[in-house]
Design a protein around this ligand. Structure first.
Ligand code: G4F
Length: 348
């Protein structure tokens, strides 16, 4: 029986990967977790399969990484653990570099020493493309990060490449464009919007004036997909004859504004924009009651922005047979429905 180690197992991607592997393989899965005073295990609380086990490991502690790899001698090691929120990476650049880059180095060294046949995946990002040179971005696009987060992922990519080429490890790092879902953290813009919409529905239902959702740059364009589709792409990337890095993306781009419009429409709330587009005075207003539903707060602007991300995943589609199944519209609808259900549950 093969063994897969997954880090970041309590997060969105890690937990979906566990679900995917339990469903599609007969492998044992070790999910590594840091000790926390208050555990954050809600994304894996539903997993009862005895093939899934938790182990303590801290990606910042090379000794603990060595011990874990030495003990389990995994066949696959999937690193989803990271400081993944771009917005805070300017506030804590060192910690982002340590976890997102040095953490990868510790893992590759442990694999080189104790499990050299292990297939390794590190979560790469379209943020590595940053200040984009062309649209759409494919595997040949240069690395031009715009945030400490993007820089940490671009550095990790070089480490993965060097360890692959120097030691013959099967080590890959995909460029994953934005991927979302019902397990997304609430600080990311998509979940912030869908949760905000659900709160507004609840307020309107109890005849209260709703609290508007406060957002930053409404004009940013992102290529959003469903995280559940992406874990399959990661698994395909790990199971090629030769290790190769691929872009995973929907090949569509939408503004934050479009996401807002679709999310309110999914909750059957009609609204319209007022104020000059691209300014802090822009506001999305309830059509009937004229309440502000979305306002701009400059606090959420970033010191440097990635204006447009649009992926070209044609290589992954052709060479590893991957394709996303969930449309942008279905993704927004699924996230809004989930947050509406949660908010109804809580009010019972
Ligand atoms: O949802 P976001 O915070 O995601 P971002 O920065 O694109 O990063 C995500 O995708 C990357 C892949 O491209 C991953 F590597 C990374 O780990 C993460 O999963 O922001 C999306 C866009 C940005 O342009 C941001 O400026 O939304 C804009 N935005 C506008 N108002 C906001 C807000 N973002 C957040 N988080 N909060 C706002 O209020």
């Amino acid at each position: 029986m093969k063994t897969v180690i997954i880090t970041g197992v309590t997060g969105q991607d890690g937990s979906h990967m566990v679900d995917f592997l339990l469903k599609n393989t007969d492998y044992n899965i070790i999910g590594t977790v840091r000790r926390l005073s208050v555990p954050n295990h809600q994304n894996i609380a539903h997993i009862k399969d005895p093939r899934f086990k938790l182990a303590h490991m801290d990606i910042g502690d090379p000794q603990s990484v060595n011990n874990t790899v030495q003990e389990y001698k995994p066949d696959y090691f999937i690193n989803f653990a990271a400081n993944s929120f771009v917005g805070t990476s300017w506030e804590m650049p060192v910690v982002h570099m340590q976890s997102n880059c040095m953490g990868v180095l510790y893992q590759l060294e442990a694999i080189r020493k104790f499990a050299p046949k292990c297939k390794y995946y590190n979560a790469g990002s379209s943020e590595e493309f940053g200040d984009v040179a062309y649209v759409p971005q494919d595997e040949n696009h240069p690395l031009r990060p715009r945030s400490p987060y993007g820089a940490s992922k671009a550095s990790a990519r070089q480490i993965v490449k060097v360890w692959r080429e120097s030691y013959g490890l099967y080590a890959v790092q995909g460029w994953l464009f934005n991927h979302e879902g019902t397990r997304r953290g609430q600080e990311f813009v998509t979940r912030k919007i869908t949760k905000g919409v659900a709160d507004i529905v609840k307020s309107l239902g109890s005849n209260q004036i709703p609290r508007p959702i406060e957002l930053g740059n409404l004009s940013a364009k992102r290529d959003w997909s469903d995280a559940e589709d992406f874990v399959e792409g990661v698994w395909l990337m790990l199971n090629q004859n030769e290790p190769k890095d691929y872009v995973l993306s929907s090949n569509e781009t939408h503004t934050v504004k479009e996401f807002v419009e679709l999310a309110f429409a999914a909750a059957e709330i009609e609204g319209f924009w007022l104020g000059e587009s691209g300014t802090v005075g822009e506001v999305f207003v309830h059509k009937q009651f004229k309440y502000p539903l979305v306002v701009v707060n400059p606090k959420f602007f970033r010191p440097a922005e990635v204006d447009i991300l649009l992926g070209d995943s044609s290589k992954a589609r052709k060479e590893i047979g991957w394709s996303p199944k969930t449309s942008f519209y279905r993704l927004v609808k699924k996230m809004v429905s989930n947050d509406l259900e949660n908010s109804l549950d809580k009010s019972k």
